[in-house]
Write a protein that binds this ligand. Structure first.
Ligand code: FES
Ligand code: FES
Length: 215
């Protein structure tokens, strides 16, 4: 299902007035405007109107297993996983690029598959093992894929980084001995606007060699 953020209106805004609380429904969808997205850290507080609360009109308790930890969040079941990860769980490595499944910046691994989280309704992630870049390695002990991308000094602005690293991890887990053609084919739908592709492909081959050596 392709979600169109501009046509979705899943939130209401609750304002406290002297005569009581008023509700303004359908304030907007899941677009990047901060007032139209889930408020930070599941507090429900509006980012722009002091004391006002934003909440999903239709909500469910979703139990999500992310990076080995279970989180219960109160969200619209159709909300893209990307927004839940970023806005409810403060996991900000998955990035919003296009919101349409076309760039890969939002990639996470769900049950060992690289998935574009901007297109996956959170309800379809319940009960699955979700891994984000935060769960891959640490600065002191990076995953071999992360270490290879650092060694190759791969990125320029780094906006696309999350998508390439997560996709490379899922790809190499399935295909530890890729040819150059395999790598180019596997990553043809990922976008790097800075044109770092040559160094990205070198990093993937370096990671494959390092992982083979340490296996
Ligand atoms: S933001 Fe998900 S593919 Fe571009
Ligand atoms: S390094 Fe800038 S978009 Fe890839």
């Amino acid at each position: 299902m392709l979600l169109n953020p501009l046509n979705s209106h899943p939130y209401e805004l609750l304002l406290r007035k002297p005569h009581g609380i008023i509700s303004i429904q359908n304030i907007g969808g899941w677009g990047p405007h901060p007032e139209l997205r889930r408020p930070t850290a599941n507090t429900g507080l509006s980012r722009r109107i002091p004391g006002a609360i934003i909440r999903p009109i239709m909500s469910t308790h979703a139990s999500l297993k992310v990076n080995g930890q279970t989180h219960v969040v109160d969200v619209d079941p159709n909300c893209p996983l990307l927004y839940v990860l970023r806005d409810n769980l403060a996991l900000n490595n998955p990035r919003f690029g296009c919101g349409l499944g076309q760039c890969g910046a939002c990639t996470v691994i769900v049950d060992n598959r690289a998935v574009r989280s901007c297109l996956l309704p959170v309800s379809r992630a319940i009960g699955k093992e979700i891994v984000t870049l935060e769960g891959l390695g640490t600065p002191g002990s990076p995953h071999p894929v992360q270490a290879a991308f650092i060694e190759e000094q791969t990125f320029q602005c780094g906006y696309c980084l999350n998508g390439w690293v997560m996709s490379a991890k899922a790809f190499l887990d399935k295909n530890p001995n890729p040819s150059d053609a395999d790598v180019r084919k596997a990553f043809e739908s990922l976008v790097c606007r800075c044109g770092s592709h040559a160094r990205i492909f070198s990093a993937v081959h370096r990671a494959a060699a390092d992982m083979k050596r340490s296996a």
